[in-house]
Design a protein around this ligand. Structure first.
Ligand SMILES: [Zn+2]
Ligand SMILES: [Zn+2]
Length: 241
């Protein structure tokens, strides 16, 4: 399959993954407006239809970038150039689970610093403003990035598969997990129960409230999956959540 055909196929799959996951959350929380879910809303303001359309527009654009980089990785894998493996007994189950944790930590660290850099006043209007136009965000904002930011967001993935042996299942799990958590963090509703967010382990995970605070405050809560870096670099918001 040529690189162009592969890009088209993967763009389609990435777009379907986005539309399905964001669509289910939008249906439950915004369209059907299920009564008992409404008390979980973080801010009273409702997003305008214009904003939602823009979020979908930019997210579908991101799907093309992700599709292209995915196609490049696929070609590299076909040529035996990546460290992606299929037989779980090759490194064992312990390694397989640990590799997911390591990959997520690397991704989170990369995202934190890349995110702080694109908040530089000179870079922000060129790269990151599109994403912050969503305030408050909706689940459709999950991949709402300017194309230049989409490239930066996705670059860590090809790097990861060249430096860290990852089982194909771990790769697919991360791709779906990344999409679900991005949709949840932009949902506009806090779905994680308070006891979990305040628990010993749960307090280190990023929630919708945490990320929505970033969308409104701009200069705090930069993390992706965990708030270690926000805590270490003292960029954690003073707001309680
Ligand atoms: Zn965001
Ligand atoms: Zn930001």
């Amino acid at each position: 399959m040529s690189l162009i055909t592969l890009t088209l196929v993967l763009t389609f799959l990435v777009a379907v993954r986005y539309l399905l996951i964001a669509g289910v959350f939008y249906l439950l929380f915004y369209f059907l407006k299920i009564e008992r879910l409404q008390k979980l809303k973080i801010e009273k303001a409702n997003p305008k239809l214009k904003i939602i359309k823009r979020e979908i527009y930019w997210s579908l654009g991101t799907s093309i970038i992700f599709g292209f980089l995915g196609a490049v990785v696929f070609k590299a894998w076909q040529n035996g150039q990546t460290l992606i493996y299929f037989n779980e007994s090759r490194y064992g189950w312990v390694y397989l689970f640990c590799s997911i944790g390591v990959a997520m930590f690397i991704h989170d660290s990369y995202f934190y610093w890349m995110h702080r850099i694109v908040h530089h006043p000179k870079l922000f209007p060129l790269i990151h403003r599109v994403h912050h136009d969503s305030n408050p965000p909706t689940p459709w904002a999950a991949f709402s990035f300017h194309w230049s930011e989409s490239i930066l967001e996705a670059l860590i993935f090809p790097v990861l598969v060249f430096v860290l042996p990852l089982h194909i299942g771990a790769v697919l799990f991360m791709l779906v997990f990344m999409t679900i958590t991005s949709v949840i963090n932009h949902l506009g509703y806090e779905t994680y129960p308070k006891w979990l967010r305040e628990s010993k382990i749960g307090k280190y995970f990023i929630s919708a409230t945490h990320h929505q605070t970033h969308h409104s405050e701009f200069n705090s809560n930069y993390g992706l999956y965990f708030n270690y870096w926000d805590r270490w670099m003292k960029t954690q918001s003073k707001k309680s959540y």
